[in-house]
Design a protein around this ligand. Structure first.
Ligand code: MN
Ligand code: MN
Length: 458
């Protein structure tokens, strides 16, 4: 057990360390405030990687030990490699996390008008309590792909000078019937329509407000109504992440699931200069909807990428690729449920994650009899415990709630299919999947330290 584990992590810090924790949190807050979609995360991580000497694998002919390279998968998933002195077939040490977060996606035919109000129809992405997403300022982030080959980037609602949009809720005065409904249907999926305009375009007889919206889009972005068909536009909470609590010990922000693990994993990789076994940070998309699609963890892109890297190092064989994957060690990082005194009944106190207790490990996840879980090997977890103790990292072990209370999945079981050692780890979050999620600054910092310890020792 590390010294820090004997008490709340905050009590283990001296004044300098508290300053480091707070400064690290500031960098993290900037990251999640500026990057609210998977694409924005990939672009931003690549920019930092390039400033540190990482190069795009697609532009290189060969790669050697000591090189820093990355593979950008369709702008929505990313693998960063610090190539080690040992052969790839000896295995890698992989820090994995996902960069997609719950949100409301625009439908492909979203824009319509009703009673002089223009609205955008959405289909929610990931598991959301729909009633949480109404009556608050929202921003529009994403891209519109045009038939001429250009990609228009859209961010509306983040600059203080920007307008925001939002979804209306029924006034309490008329909500007697609504309030009798079950929480799951108080706001239904088809009711998540975003109000975007109310001024009619002069001279238009029919749908003049919608016509005005189209005129604005044409003027500002050069997009037409039919371009929505090939767009990925995401409605997310508007505004920045900030300190939470009178003691500033926590962070409230959108999309901390799972950008808190993505940011800390990438920062840990960026802070090491050399390694024996190749160190990897793998940031993937689509976890919230089952890790599907070309940019989700079920895609073969990472395996292909390892094969390509081997080829570029002049040491490729099909068997070696399989060995590289099977011999790897991975921390599959995703957020855990932080114990919440307001809802104590769903937690089992001995096996819950707490704010201020550090990086969380879930030996297994799953639900109803550990179904769907990657259940990590105890021998592997023991090695990780040793690494964390050696580097004095605060960490804790938890399950997601009481037995049969629910459960959840991550990308761990998918990587385990290669036969590699992988364990779920991450940061405890309150309000998970709500528009504004909460983490502890100490836990965010300990996650970063934990990932550094993993890269140093495994
Ligand atoms: Mn997650
Ligand atoms: Mn999630």
């Amino acid at each position: 057990m590390s010294e820090k584990n004997k008490k709340n992590a905050w009590l283990s810090y001296d004044a300098d360390q508290v300053k480091q924790v707070m400064e690290f949190a500031e960098g993290y807050c900037r990251f999640i405030s500026d990057n609210k979609t998977e694409r924005e995360c990939v672009t931003s991580v690549i920019a930092k990687a390039e400033s540190l000497g990482y190069r795009d694998m697609k532009t290189l002919d060969s790669v050697k030990a000591g090189d820093k390279v990355y593979y950008n998968m369709m702008g929505k998933a990313l693998a960063l490699f610090l190539v080690g002195s040992k052969p790839l077939a000896d295995g890698m040490k992989i820090l994995g996390a996902h960069i997609d977060s719950p949100r409301l996606d625009l439908k492909q035919n979203p824009l319509y008008e009703d009673t002089d109000i223009a609205l955008l129809d959405t289909h929610y992405y990931g598991g959301v309590k729909k009633y949480q997403w109404v009556a608050q300022p929202m921003a529009i982030h994403g891209v519109v792909a045009k038939t001429d080959g250009t990609l228009v980037h859209v961010v509306i609602g983040e600059d203080p000078a920007d307008p925001v949009v939002g979804i209306s809720d029924l006034l309490i005065h008329l909500a007697a019937d609504q309030l009798q409904k079950k929480a799951s249907v108080v706001i239904e999926g088809e009711d998540l329509n975003v109000t975007v305009a109310t001024i009619p375009l002069e001279g238009e007889e029919k749908n003049a407000v919608k016509a005005n919206v189209l005129a604005i889009l044409k003027e500002r972005y050069g997009v037409e109504e039919e371009d929505f068909a090939s767009a990925e536009l995401e409605i997310v909470p508007a505004g920045k992440a900030r300190s939470y609590g009178l003691d500033r010990s926590m962070i409230i922000g959108y999309g901390q699931d799972d950008r808190v693990c993505a940011y800390t994993s990438a920062e840990a990789l960026f802070d090491i200069e050399k390694t024996d076994r190749t160190a990897v940070c793998l940031l993937v998309d689509k976890e919230e909807i089952g890790s599907v699609g070309a940019t989700g963890m079920h895609s073969r892109f990472f395996e292909n990428c390892v094969a390509e890297l081997m080829m570029m190092m002049g040491d490729y064989s099909e068997l070696k690729v399989r060995k590289a994957l099977q011999n790897s060690h991975m921390l599959s990082s995703d957020v855990s449920a932080a114990f919440d005194p307001n809802y104590a009944g769903v937690f089992e106190k001995k096996n819950a994650a707490y704010f201020g207790k550090g990086l969380v490990f879930n030996k297994y996840t799953g639900s109803r009899g550990k179904s769907g879980s990657n259940d990590a090997n105890p021998e592997y977890y023991a090695k990780i415990r040793k690494a964390l103790d050696t580097h004095n990292v605060a960490y804790q072990t938890a399950e997601l709630g009481k037995v049969d209370q629910g459960g959840g999945g991550t990308i761990a079981y998918i990587m385990a299919n290669y036969g590699m050692n992988v364990i779920d780890s991450g940061v405890a979050v309150q309000n998970m999947h709500a528009p504004w999620e909460v983490t502890s600054k100490a836990d965010v910092y300990e996650a970063y330290l934990g990932y550094m310890a993993f890269l140093a020792e495994m």
